[in-house]
Design a protein around this ligand. Structure first.
Ligand code: CMP
Length: 140
């Protein structure tokens, strides 16, 4: 079934000039981009987006990392794009992410309290609906 997913090109991706490379992979796979915006996330957006991680040991580092500079939020559309984008992204930890994936090819684990891994993709239809509403309320 056709789905939409919320993708973030995190501040490390923007800072390293990897927007084009990551968007190229998404488009080359055949997904469509139906909305795209670059901005620096504020504390309220990040608290909403990462509500499920509140209380985790890496939470404050995560909010600091995600607010440290501009990010690109986009909505991708396609059949099974939620799982499909997560396959393109690879495992959360760049060390474990397979070669051929965004994180496996382009990210390297750093000695930091939070894992910096270039991209986020929604993990379920429920998360996608919730996250699209946070970043692109006008699509609702
Ligand atoms: P993301 O898919 O955006 O969801 C939560 C983020 O927290 C994740 O990507 C990583 O950037 C980070 N993260 C997840 N698990 C851990 C962990 N165990 N230790 C540090 N950072 C993590």
């Amino acid at each position: 079934t056709a789905q939409r997913t919320l993708v973030l090109l995190k501040p490390d991706a923007v800072q390293r000039g990897l927007r084009g490379e990551i968007i190229r992979r998404l488009e080359a796979k055949g997904y469509d981009i139906v909305a795209l915006a670059q901005r620096t996330a504020d504390a309220e957006e990040l608290a909403a987006h990462y509500a499920e991680h509140e209380g985790r040991p890496f939470y404050s580092g995560l909010v600091e990392y995600m607010g440290a500079g501009p990010l690109v939020a986009l909505v991708a559309e396609g059949v099974n794009v939620i799982g499909g984008f997560r396959s393109l992204a690879g495992a959360t930890n760049p060390t474990e992410a397979a070669p051929g994936t965004i994180r496996g090819d382009l990210a390297c684990e750093k000695d930091l309290p939070v894992i910096q891994n270039l991209v986020h993709g929604s993990d379920s239809e429920e998360s996608a609906a919730r996250e699209i509403d946070i970043w692109f309320p006008e699509l609702g």
